[in-house]
Design a protein around this ligand. Sequence first.
Ligand SMILES: NC(=O)c1ccc[n+]([C@@H]2O[C@H](COP(=O)([O-])OP(=O)(O)OC[C@H]3O[C@@H](n4cnc5c(N)ncnc54)[C@H](OP(=O)(O)O)[C@@H]3O)[C@@H](O)[C@H]2O)c1
Length: 317
Amino acid sequence: MRVVEVTAYGGPEVLNMARRPEPEAGDVPGKVRVRLKAAGVAVADMRIRAGYYAEELEPLRPPFVLGTDFAGRLLDPAPGPTGTLPAGTRVAGFVPWFTERTGEGTYAEVIRVDPEWLAPIADEVDFTQAASVPLAAATAQQGLGVLDLPAGATLLVTGASGVVGRFAVQFASAAGLEVVAVAHEGDESELKVLGAKHCVTRGEPADVLAQLLALVPDRVDGVFDGALVGDPVLPAAKDGGAFVALAKDRTPAPERDIRVETVFGRPDPAELAAIFQKVADRELITRVADVMPLEEAAEAHRRAEAGRRPGRIVLMI
Ligand SMILES: NC(=O)c1ccc[n+]([C@@H]2O[C@H](COP(=O)([O-])OP(=O)(O)OC[C@H]3O[C@@H](n4cnc5c(N)ncnc54)[C@H](OP(=O)(O)O)[C@@H]3O)[C@@H](O)[C@H]2O)c1
């Protein structure tokens, strides 16, 4: 089968098309095979490729197959959240790289996954849309769960123009939070449609804070740091508030009784099923920036790293 391997840690040029034997039914107990139709290009993929997590992923070393998010069809029956999913079921999900370290990523025609990493997708959701959702939406939902703010509380979402940020804005607003979105200029109307009450323009943290304080003088109850700003945005939270970071090295030291936590998205099949149902019902909007063939994975990474992509780049397999 065709796969995209990381041949050595480095830039997009280290991504190489290769052929590997297709996994066989039952060759790893407990795992099921999925024939992939699409794989999202997650920020984590680029960081893994660049070697940013080389130590954390030890003993895994290149060459390995990259890729986190996936959508496709089950090749084997799998236990699902509400009963057995027969072979042929359309599914999507994500590979939890940091607990698995198998190097069997989703830039491949067939993958072996734990049934806990996926959920069925409705016929209305196409594979490219589905592959743009899993890790980002699960992380947004779980981050908000950790913040645990009551309806009516105020929340600042940094990186609200990004994939995780857009989902965080939508989940938070559906939960009754008053969302202030830190967004690119020009994205304000879209973010308001997605549920933001106010938008402030991204820029230097001091400017962002000044814009925020003009809108919410008492500071916000919670911060969802989707842009990994870290320390400089902690002053946005009120004393005794809550702050969710998405990376260890961008987790501020707590101060003023602010509860600071780091969240790493983990697959939860029931949660994924509910998320995909919201996408099918158009209650959760996802945005695909580009659809590119698997063979162009290196170019997809170049584009994603050039920044300012309105949505997820998805590889068609
Ligand atoms: N902990 C986890 O489990 C987990 C899971 C998923 C993602 N993440 C992390 O979460 C982050 C967001 O992921 P994503 O998929 O949403 O990426 P994305 O689509 O690239 O979004 C990131 C957004 O943040 C913006 N941004 C970057 N630096 C900023 C700054 N200093 N101030 C304001 N905005 C800024 C970016 O703007 P530009 O495009 O202009 O740079 C972009 O709109 C990534 O760093 C990713 O690694 C963590």
